[in-house]
Write a protein that binds this ligand. Sequence first.
Ligand code: PLP
Length: 382
Amino acid sequence: MIYLDHNAASPLLPAARAAWLEAVDAFPGNPSSPHRLGARADTALEQARQRLASHLGCSPFDLVWTSGATESCTTVLRHVAEHRPAATVCVSAIEHPAVIDCARAAFPGRVTLIPVDHSGSVDLPWLQSHLSLQRPALVAVMAANNETGVLQPWADVQRLAATHGVPYFCDATQWCGRLPSAGLGACDFVAGSAHKFGGPRGVGFLKVPRAGKLQPLLRGGSQQDGRRAGTENVAGVLALLAALDWCEAQLASGGAARRLAARSRFETELLGAVAGLSVNAPAADRLWNTVSVLMPAVADCRQRWVVKLDKAGFAVSTGSACASGSAEPSPVLTAMGLSADAAGRALRFSAGWLTTDAEWAALRAAVVRIHAEWEPADRRLS
Ligand code: PLP
């Protein structure tokens, strides 16, 4: 099977697997225990915190280990709701449900959506004029979109929010491990998740502001300075760091440019070979690994393409993995101005660091072949 669904979950990188296997044997103790095995596990966590802090550009004290991005996002929104219960929050229209649904639950009727332009990038002038009139309790704009891969101007949003004294939350789940994490530490809150960049499932992080006490989402023990109760997942954290270190080394040696060239070649050749197919946000800066396309109009298009490609040996998706069972059109694509019908024809191909040029070429050939084989009855609809 050729795997092109890394935005849903990226398989464990060899470096992360080795780190995890080593850590489960090397650190059997509970980091909170008073004996030497506990202290050794605690030291390993502290060192991991320092390594993550140096990637993000923040203090190790600002970092909390979590079970993944959903927990990190929920913690931020519940924390802000606890401190400013009657306030509004400003959330981009293309946030992941982990942010947008949680914001709606924590701030019922008080969520203002920040619009995006046709290329799927957040409307900065709109945000600027909004913040000059109102002071929401939080601005939330993700770093890179999970469906389209479009990069958001998070550094500009960070400066803008700071100028207006509004806390800024950046969900960097799809950015970390694909583009340099440097600078993200300037955001007040940052969420990340290991399984999106080749670490294990069920472990992630949250960067929080130095000042003020974080309202814990999980209560119980006093782990992590009372900011997140529960025994830390030491092996998971060490494997997260091994994966991130490996990805950052790829980035430092220019690995992203070669992958971007492979993705661009795939897009150009696919556009030339399949009439009626279009790429979403073709001119926007996007993650090097993500291609979001609208397939030619065919009845029940999205699921049929996924099934046909699956039978041909390719794992791809229709968009957000958590929305794949939903009949609703993608809110991300409709926010970009696409009709519900067009959004219903979206397919997402998302590669990993180890995806080869030959695998992109094989996917293109499979899409072209399936399109050519499509039954005449269906093709009349296109
Ligand atoms: N935020 C974004 C942008 C995502 O893409 C995802 C998962 O797809 C999440 C949050 C939730 O991540 P997790 O599965 O680690 O809870």
